[in-house]
Design a protein around this ligand. Structure first.
Ligand code: GLC
Length: 747
């Protein structure tokens, strides 16, 4: 029996054809466009507007509360989507109510922030970005989609693809770091993982590239704040990952809170129409961020909610999240002629098309099967992938040889507020992750160092000034051979609304670390945070630094694998690690300026771009990461000295050798510098990377193709493309790569 929602979708002409002709040839299924057109033709203005209204479940708000009770609006088809509704039973309940009580029985879209896993919580996105492993990232998002869909979800507000170069902004944890090229590759991997190859499959969910655009450029690193970005920087740095997500098929985008060149992104026609629809040909729909339309009154570009709704809708913002702007004013705007019906049909049609593509009209309950939900709890293969993700995302910043730790004959003191902190270990946006399902560092190490061989003390919290735990920490250290200090950020210190002016390891933790150092025992710093924290004065106190970020459900086992050498660290930074907050923003793809720092040491001439109290260089460069083995890169060669437009790509090749004593993985990075341009160009830009595994003593050639399109940028004449001239390539395993060669791009 066809679900009621489908019966009403069949056009009368189709039914007549079926009964008139006999035997009818099997009807070719109507296309999504046909089905959308048919449904729109039978919808009232209010019902079309309803598709563009999204409310949050009252149980789990992810922003300031605003909406009144939503049941009456659901009953008349006045709501198209709900967010923050969790679980198969709950989504089924709301879906059934919406379908049964509304006239056209149009199913709801259920959305949630599935940012790094749903039940199985993976390392935060900044961490998995540091794996430089696109296959792993895609697999992780597919697991997240599988678990989320089993709970009735259709849509995740991810991937967050904001390029971020300011770790004062807590949301760096949600993104891929500072680099446009890598961020674009990661955006595509995440979209593929969420959406798969067929949105009608029950283990797929809609992706949502956010926050469109340049949210990572908020001034002073302060969340929700303003930006000041030229169109050139917007197009060269911040837009490409969104374009990449759209090209990978992302069905939705989310508009950013910030204004851009004076117009809030929620009503920015340059972004939402000119770039997104006219230049990129985007066919999906754009949702506001939480109350983004309402917030235009605070931005000050609209005097009342009706005007804000009018501006946003005409600019190209399709769905209103929790702001009630469209619910209250859009129908009136259409009836008054202030908004054309064609614009309403386009927006409502895009939402309906997504619902058709998801198969919701064929089976609105295909996702949200309680049996499948139970079966989709963190299953062994999901947990195994999460553990692998931890192994490949952690970054080894320092190691004087203390790591890996022997597993026999050693007593370990595990100290610090992140050592046994299940909730904090999951980090920000942890979906339906359950602390009881998390394996902490303490639990994992207790398996390897049983009984008295593991001495644990929390020592202190990440905030406040309570030092009463220091004595127990000293006592734990006294009886141990080595100290592992698990310090960093609580989950409340990372993600949305967590901008910080001070990026030192917070609270009493630094003093605790100094006490541990004073014991004379070697200290391994295990840093668990959602961003780089300042280590310039910390690194001299410790024998090793392993950055584990917020590693999620399997953080303990994955970290234990690395600490004991069961796995070899292979993560590389995707965000420059500053020496101090004073250097921020600091990133590798910077401009040269007219007075760059001289290459030589300390010249007598002070007249160049510098600080008097710090080097210009970061503590660790973008792309940096150590291993338990060593790699050597040499034999850099180019297939030609001249790259001809329209000709064969130029191939950059390098030999990579594992010169150490154990297998490991290297991230080989290709950077390019455009020596002279119609506008100033960065000193280098990432244009290729390969993560390769090599046994001890093994060597492998790695090649990168380069074409003129790879050298494109937003030129002085406001067009995109390369310019002929001299280029340099640099190949290495971080942004300070020194292996270099040169080529010319012909006219
Ligand atoms: C929040 C965030 C956004 C999230 C949305 C829904 O304010 O800015 O990233 O997807 O609200 O929770």
């Amino acid at each position: 029996m066809l679900p009621r929602s489908l019966r009403c979708c069949l056009p009368v002409c189709f039914l007549a054809a079926v009964f008139a002709a006999a035997p009818a040839a099997p009807a070719t299924p109507a296309s999504v466009d046909d089905r959308v057109r048919d449904l729109l033709a039978r919808m009232t203005v209010e019902e079309k507007v309803g598709q563009l209204v999204q409310y949050s479940s009252q149980e789990d708000m992810t922003g300031p509360a605003s909406s009144s009770s939503i049941a009456p609006q659901l009953a008349v088809g006045g709501v198209g989507s709900l967010l923050n509704v969790k679980g198969a039973a709950e989504t089924r309940k709301w879906q059934k109510f919406a379908i049964d009580s509304s006239r056209l029985h149009i199913p709801l879209l259920f959305g949630l922030d599935v940012i790094h896993g749903y039940r199985t919580i993976f390392p935060v996105p900044l961490a998995t970005a540091c794996s430089w492993d696109m296959a792993l990232i895609e697999q992780a998002e597919h697991v997240a989609a599988t678990e989320a869909a089993a709970s009735g979800l259709h849509w995740t507000f991810a991937p967050m693809v904001d390029i971020a170069r300011d770790p004062r902004w807590g949301r760096v944890a949600e993104g891929a770091g500072e680099d446009t090229y890598l961020g674009s590759a990661i955006a595509q991997a995440r979209v593929r993982g969420f959406q798969g190859g067929d949105l009608a499959a029950p283990d797929t969910i809609l992706a949502c590239a956010k926050h469109f655009a340049a949210y990572g450029a908020v001034q002073a690193g302060r969340d929700y704040y303003t930006t000041d970005v030229t169109e050139r920087v917007l197009r060269d740095v911040y837009l490409p990952p969104f374009h990449a997500a759209v090209e990978a098929g992302a069905v939705t985008l989310m508009a950013a809170f910030n204004d851009l060149d004076g117009t809030p992104c929620s009503a920015n026609a340059f972004l939402l129409d000119r770039v997104l629809r006219q230049e990129w040909g985007f066919q999906g729909f754009v949702v506001s961020d939480w109350q983004g339309i309402l917030e235009m009154l605070e931005h000050g570009n609209a005097g009342d909610l009706r005007e804000a709704a009018r501006q946003s809708f005409l600019a190209g913002l399709d769905m209103d999240m929790e702001g009630e702007a469209y619910a209250r004013h859009l129908a009136g705007l259409v009836r008054s002629g202030a908004v054309p019906m064609a614009r309403l049909d386009a927006a409502a049609g895009a939402v309906l098309a997504a619902k058709f593509r998801l198969g919701l009209f064929d089976d609105p309950y295909r996702r949200g099967d309680e049996a499948r939900e139970k079966a989709a709890r963190p299953v062994p293969e999901h947990l195994a992938l999460a553990r692998e993700a931890v192994r490949r995302s952690c970054v080894l910043l320092k190691n004087n040889g203390i790591l890996p730790l022997p597993t026999a004959g050693l007593t370990v003191a595990l100290v610090g507020p992140l050592a046994d902190a299940a909730a904090d270990q999951m980090g920000c946006w942890n979906g339906e992750g359950r602390p009881g399902e998390v394996v902490t560092v303490r639990q994992a190490l207790a398996e390897i160092y049983p009984g008295a061989r593991l001495r644990y003390a929390e020592g202190c919290r990440t905030t406040g000034d309570d030092r009463r735990g220091f004595a127990a920490a000293r006592a734990a250290a006294a009886g141990a051979d080595v100290i592992v200090a698990a310090l960093g950020e609580a989950k409340s210190q990372s993600g949305e609304t967590t901008s910080r002016t001070n990026l030192d390891i917070s609270g009493p933790q630094l003093d605790l670390l100094r006490e541990l150092h004073a014991t004379g025992k070697p200290v391994v710093l295990l840093l668990m945070s959602g961003r780089p924290l300042m280590l310039e004065t910390v690194e001299p106190l410790v024998a090793a630094v392993l950055v584990a970020w917020h590693p999620g459900t399997m953080g303990g086992p994955g970290i234990a694998d690395l600490l004991t050498g069961a796995a070899n660290p292979s993560g590389h930074l995707t965000l420059t690690w500053p020496r101090s907050v004073g250097q921020i923003p600091i990133f590798y793809a910077h401009k040269n300026s007219g007075r760059p720092a001289p290459k030589s040491g300390h010249p007598e001439d002070p007249y160049y771009s510098r600080y008097i109290d710090s080097p210009n260089t970061p503590l660790h460069p973008f792309g940096f990461g150590l291993s338990y083995t060593r790699f050597a890169l040499d034999r850099l060669r180019l297939s030609a000295a001249l790259l001809q437009p329209g000709g064969a790509p130029l191939t950059v090749s390098v030999r990579v050798r594992n010169t150490g004593t154990r297998a490991g993985e290297e991230v080989v990075q290709l950077y390019v510098r455009d020596r002279v341009g119609s506008v100033t160009r960065p000193v280098r830009e990432l244009k290729g990377f390969r993560k390769i595994a090599l046994a001890a003593g093994e060597a492998q050639d790695v090649s990168f193709p380069l074409t003129p399109a790879d050298l494109g940028f937003w030129r002085a004449d406001q067009t995109f493309g390369p310019e002929p001239g001299e280029f340099e390539v640099f190949v290495g395993d971080d942004a300070d790569a020194t292996l270099t060669a040169a080529f010319t791009l012909a006219q």
